[in-house]
Design a protein around this ligand. Structure first.
Ligand code: F58
Length: 826
């Protein structure tokens, strides 16, 4: 008995860090976890057993991290994000535990190929693009830096759709990433929390104090699913907690008793829709009711979880700001602000001012956009119907805030209207970015230029009112996934040159700078690129039956399809080259052979974006089949661009396309990944491109296009795109070729909307930047022909972009916003 008790408190230990130790546990997982023998095991059985074995190696650290954190009572970051674009988990876990070699050898001894099992994993695509991937990079960095963090989000049953092409047009398919089992998650149905919706509020007398209570109409259970977030070989494993919606068991007895059993069940399962699917929108959020339900659902669960489960039972919530900072990843979680107020005022029965003082210190807000149409607003009617108490709270926050403004600017009615959290037109609605700004202790943009424009253009009244509230934290990416895992050959080269320290201190890449002048090193660097191109070729062959021509420049544009990102500009360049070769103006042997690679998903309801995808595919088909340009120009567009594909595509690239209209891309993070993997950028003065260029130097970056003030001036003066068409014969011929139906079997109607949009509207100034872009591309061609100079520039791009580690970004957040501390093992 005593012995048993002693055992029960013994520390959890990991399996032996050896080939034998691994094989033993792997077979146990196969036999007792999957219930199969080696002879009968499918690849999926083997993958699941492997994943569960690897996770055993992390378990002791995970439990220890939690224990240490409870003891230290340190301040935590609660990252609130509706999206986490995680990418595959297995490789990252192998890297964190330093198990790759052991596993490879152990599996081989059983006749299993690790690479095959790797490919079995379907990546959790619980995000749309940059914003979701940023969240994943941030939690990786915090774990690696031993900073207490809990990521909160939604466990969508269906992540971002799987993209297929039918006749070159995008067709979406459901992403059932859970269908073969998800070995990385730990469900805790016993810890489910209840979330309420709808109904009404009522006043009541609470011992002489008038209080409000919410009488909701329906509810739903939030079941937490925990995921390990391992730090890089530092013994720390943080937690990502994603919420899944489940029906409560409180069936409506009235319906039940009337014999309508099926209706009663249906009404309940309705609630489960909340975490069913990720909205596949990029940049333009639709004001859909289900979306607001998702937002409230996950933040209500998260606040309840933190207050009731993470904090000790006797914790005095007045000290909340010393224990937590809720970082709002864009406006999607902003409803957390009135929710915390509701908990403090209605449930804990605090005074309003007391609650507001605490709430204001618990939140900080990151804005990820500059597009006005991307700023979330919720109609008052909808918010009031779904969350009546929260609407009242928002009104009160607004009243108090406007009173403050009125005091500072007496009689300035217009200012009050501009700054009100409630917009009156076109319909009465809540401006979530304003609410976040009023409630947040800090507001940050995601690149230097973006933060400046955020202050000057998006929230000028607020930055005047609270100049110190605004700050910048330039985005970053995790070097573990996007250099070490994605580019093992480059990683080895770097480590051979400067030692292994760079992986957790990326600024040390600077030490490589002198090697740019070392011919031997350049040779090795080129060998790495060639190897990565071969690896990409193998993948595309297997995946899509695409073959890349050997020895061509690889020019890559991968990101969501959006007009402001200007994939159309890239297409016009390709069409123009094609036209000039076919018409005899350009000798195809005078330019280096190029592969133009695209990867992009379009929001399913975004017509112009879907048309652009079709245009790229149709241009590709024509160009690739035409013997006159064979070898010189190749267009490839593998479907379903995702994190997994990025990890093979980016390391192979020579040229990175970052060509958004100046002042529109908040930051970009793909741009950082390319530079860190030795691609040169052709880009506008936009987002983090500005900082990349400053760091790598003008001579190692192909800058083109209007700068933001010029864009502003041109638009104000009245932009007329047709003028560029009329005056530039090269541009005219390219557009005419598209208009002629040359890429649509002679059908002039297919791409007419794109052509007419370019000529008559062109919101993102594609035509205005066309010539500058073509000129910059000519400079690229010339530069690429000097192999040694190009390689030198590529190496300098790697050496000088260590700043873009998400570790650095996290230090900046800690320093400028969070004021948290790492918790290190004793
Ligand atoms: C992106 N935003 C920015 N939004 O466009 C990009 O410049 C930046 O680098 C990145 O955030 C990280 O800061 C973005 O990805 C979305 O995907 C939202 C999804 C939900 C609907 C609204 C857009």
């Amino acid at each position: 008995m005593t012995e048993n008790r002693a055992n029960s408190t013994a520390p959890v230990t990991a399996p032996q860090h050896s080939v034998e130790g691994f094989v033993k546990e792997f077979l146990r997982e196969l036999h007792f976890g999957q219930g199969v023998t080696m002879e009968r095991a499918s690849v999926n059985d083997q993958y699941l057993a492997l994943a569960r074995t690897v996770r055993q190696y992390l378990m002791a650290r995970w439990l220890e991290t939690a224990r240490r954190q409870r003891e230290a009572q340190a301040k935590s970051v609660a990252y609130l994000s509706a999206e986490y674009l995680l990418g595959r988990q297995l490789d990252n876990a192998l890297l964190a535990t330093d198990l790759s070699e052991i596993v490879e050898e152990g599996l081989a001894s059983l006749g299993i190929d690790l690479a095959t099992l790797r490919d079995q994993e379907v990546e959790p695509g619980l995000g749309n693009g940059g914003l979701g991937r940023l969240a994943a990079c941030f939690i990786d960095s915090l774990a690696t830096m031993s900073v207490p963090c809990i990521g909160y989000g939604i466990r969508y049953e269906y992540g971002i759709f799987r993209q297929t092409f039918v006749d070159g047009f995008q067709v979406e398919q459901a992403d059932s990433w859970l269908s073969l089992g998800s070995p990385w998650e730990f469900p805790h149905p016993e810890a489910a929390v209840t979330v309420h919706f709808g109904g009404r509020t009522e006043k009541y007398d609470d011992e002489g104090v008038e209080r409000t209570r919410w009488v909701p109409a329906w509810d739903v259970l939030g079941v937490p699913y925990n995921y390990m977030v391992p730090g890089y070989r530092n013994g720390r494993v943080n937690t990502l907690r994603l919420w899944s919606a489940q029906a409560t068991n409180a069936f409506d007895l009235a319906i039940f008793n009337s014999g309508e059993y099926v209706d009663a069940v249906r009404a309940q399962t309705f609630a489960e829709n909340i975490s069913k699917v990720l909205y596949p929108e990029d940049s333009t959020p639709q004001g859909k009711e289900l979306r607001l339900q998702q937002q409230y659902f996950f933040v209500a669960c998260s606040i309840r979880d933190f207050v009731d489960n993470v904090l000790p039972a006797d914790f005095d919530l007045h000290d909340l700001p010393s224990r937590i900072i809720f970082q709002l990843n864009d406006t999607h979680p902003v409803i957390a602000v009135p929710e915390l107020m509701r908990v403090l005022v209605d449930e804990k029965k605090w005074d309003w001012d007391e609650a507001w003082a605490v709430t204001q210190r618990c939140f900080a807000y990151t804005c990820h956009t500059l597009l006005p149409e991307a700023l979330e607003v919720w109609p008052v009617e909808l918010l009031g119907r779904l969350l009546p108490r929260h609407l009242e709270i928002i009104y009160r926050i607004n009243d108090d805030f406007l009173a403050q403004v009125a005091q500072r600017y007496p009689g300035d009615e217009l200012r009050l209207r501009r700054m009100s959290i409630i917009a009156e037109h076109p319909e009465r609605s809540v401006r979530m970015a304003f609410l976040a700004t009023v409630a947040g202790a800090k507001v940050n943009g995601v690149a230097a230029l973006h933060s400046q424009l955020l202050r000057d253009k998006v929230l000028p009244d607020f930055s005047e009112f609270w100049p110190d509230k605004f700050t910048n934290v330039t985005n970053g990416v995790t070097p573990r996934r996007f250099v070490r895992l994605a580019n093992p050959a480059l990683s080895e080269l770097i480590t051979d040159a400067i030692g292994p320290g760079w992986l957790t201190d990326l600024a040390r890449l600077r030490e490589m700078e002198p090697l740019a002048d070392d011919a031997d090193f350049r040779e090795k660097f080129r060998a790495v690129k060639a190897h990565n191109k071969q690896r990409l070729n193998d993948l595309l062959q297997r995946r899509d039956g695409i073959t890349l021509p050997g020895d061509a420049m690889l020019d890559v544009m991968v990101k969501r399809l959006h007009e402001y990102k200007r994939q159309t500009l890239k297409v016009l360049h390709i069409v123009s080259l094609y036209e000039r070769i076919v018409s005899g103006e350009l000798d195809p042997t005078s330019i280096p052979p190029r592969v133009f690679a695209f990867g992009a998903k379009a929001a399913p309801g975004y017509k112009m974006a879907k048309q652009t995808i079709a245009l790229i595919n149709h241009v590709g088909r024509t160009v690739n089949q035409d013997p006159r340009v064979k070898g010189a120009l190749t267009v490839v567009f593998p479907p379903n661009y995702n994190v997994t594909l990025a990890e093979t595509l980016i390391p192979a690239a020579d040229l990175s396309e970052q060509i958004s209209l100046a002042g529109k891309e908040a930051s970009g993070t793909g741009n950082m990944k390319f530079a860190l993997n030795g691609a040169l950028t052709i880009g506008t003065d936009d987002g983090a491109n500005v900082e990349i260029r400053e760091l790598v130097g003008d001579e190692n970056f192909f800058l083109f296009g209007l700068v933001e003030p010029e864009v502003d001036a041109l638009v104000t003066a009245g932009y007329r795109p047709a003028a560029y068409y009329e005056e530039n014969p090269t541009l005219r011929r390219a557009i005419d070729l598209i208009a002629s139906g040359a890429f649509a079997d002679g059908d002039r109607t297919v791409f007419e909307p794109i052509v007419s949009n370019l000529l008559h509207e062109d919101r993102f100034l594609v035509l205005a930047d066309f010539q500058a872009y073509v000129d910059a591309q000519d400079r690229v061609d010339t530069a690429y022909q000097d192999t040694e100079a190009w390689t030198r520039s590529a190496i300098l791009n790697v050496a000088r972009t260590g700043f873009f580690s998400s570790d650095r970004a996290m230090w900046d957040y800690i320093d400028r916003i969070w004021q948290t501390q790492p918790v290190v093992a004793r």
